[in-house]
Design a protein around this ligand. Structure first.
Ligand SMILES: C[C@](O)(CO)[C@H](O)COP(=O)(O)OP(=O)(O)OC[C@H]1O[C@@H](n2ccc(N)nc2=O)[C@H](O)[C@@H]1O
Ligand SMILES: Nc1ncnc2c1ncn2[C@@H]1O[C@H](COP(=O)(O)OP(=O)(O)OP(=O)(O)O)[C@@H](O)[C@H]1O
Length: 308
């Protein structure tokens, strides 16, 4: 695109919610090695935050509980997204609340949030789906967070309107699982796609439908990181209506019939599973999860990583 580096009008803040693959069916493989998917994706109400402020130069600072190890150079998808829309001056603060390489689209959701932020701050045009895809297979689905059926290699999106809010607990055992390696370890590539989602918005029917679906990457991910099986067992032991891995792992989600039940589980797992990241959340919360946060002026936590 040509709208290069327009002036920043003021600081803007965007939420980068965790992406959760409620289902992930791998239905084939293209000649270039990329896999064909059929996945029902929703977003959580936990996530990272991106703040974009006026600056004379381009700077990325990363803070938050999961900032360690996240690249601050052009290996960061946030800076790659800024480059894709020709933004050359901005002070970008990334508050990293989500674990990385965790199957919850951290970098992709950050990149999408950056694109939403610079659309507001710099007035640049949105990226096309193809341009977004070139940043990562998960970026297109993160551009406008909401329930979506994703096919192709991640580039065909179909809104899904009848998924109710789902009380959930997210658990990551602290093991980074690289996406490419999990796809490579998958032996059966031509699995059946999902049947149509036609259950209406009933909570019980949705759970029943989801139980009949799969995440085809779960078995190969467990082979690489057996602790994922322990996470699923822990969620089952807590009475989850459904437990499953998201994306290429290692984060798993457990679905519960109420926010209270999810909260009690999260509290217990935090006490008993030391070293695991445990978050109580609502998946598909049904309100503007990507809407701007009015608290732009909130004091940023102490920065720990910086491009400069
Ligand atoms: C597993 C999912 O998270 C499901 O939403 C995505 O398919 C992966 O999305 P992502 O992490 O943004 O993926 P990318 O960064 O584009 O690709 C990482 C690696 O995963 C593999 N990959 C990714 C997506 C896809 N449809 N088929 C693949 O085989 C490729 O080896 C690629 O080199
Ligand atoms: N903004 C970012 N946040 C986290 N990791 C990033 C970011 N930008 C680049 N990375 C790199 O990307 C790698 C994968 O991290 P990411 O959190 O995006 O994976 P993921 O949650 O498994 O993604 P997906 O679900 O899309 O496969 C990390 O190991 C890190 O080196």
């Amino acid at each position: 695109m040509t709208a290069a580096d327009a002036q920043v009008r003021g600081a803007v803040r965007e939420f980068a919610p965790a992406k959760i693959n409620l289902t992930l069916h791998v239905t084939g493989q293209r000649g270039d090695g990329y896999h064909m998917l059929d996945s029902l994706v929703v977003f959580a109400d936990v996530g990272d935050w991106i703040t974009v402020s006026p600056s004379e130069a381009l700077r990325l600072r990363i803070t938050g509980p999961f900032c360690a190890g996240v690249p601050v150079d052009h290996g960061n998808l946030v800076l790659r997204a800024a480059a894709a829309v020709n933004v050359a001056t901005a002070d970008i603060l990334l508050e990293k609340n989500l674990p990385s390489a965790a199957g919850i689209g951290g970098g992709s959701s950050d990149a999408a949030a950056l694109l939403r932020a610079v659309r507001r701050s710099h007035g640049v045009a949105a990226l096309s789906l193809a341009e977004a895809l070139s940043l990562g297979a998960d970026v297109p689905m993160c551009l406008e967070p909401g329930a979506v059926r994703v096919s192709g290699i991640g580039d065909r999106l179909q809104r899904v309107n009848d998924i109710p809010p789902l009380p959930a607990v997210l658990v990551n055992p602290g093991v980074a699982v690289p996406t490419g390696e999990v796809f490579r370890a998958l032996t059966a590539k031509g699995n059946p796609p999902m049947p149509p989602f036609t259950t209406g918005s009933s909570f019980g029917d949705t759970i029943g439908w989801l139980r009949r679906q799969r995440n085809d990457l779960q078995p190969p991910a467990i082979l690489q990181a057996p602790v994922i099986a322990e996470v699923l067992k822990a969620l089952d032991g807590e009475g989850a209506l459904l437990s499953r891995m998201s994306g290429s792992g290692a984060t798993c989600f457990g679905l519960f019939d109420s926010a209270e039940a999810a909260q009690k589980t999260a509290d217990r797992l935090k006490r008993t599973c030391v070293g695991w990241w445990v978050a109580r959340t609502t998946l598909n919360p049904g309100r503007g999860i990507a809407s701007p946060d009015p608290e732009i002026a909130r004091t940023a936590p102490q920065d720990r990583r910086d491009t400069t």
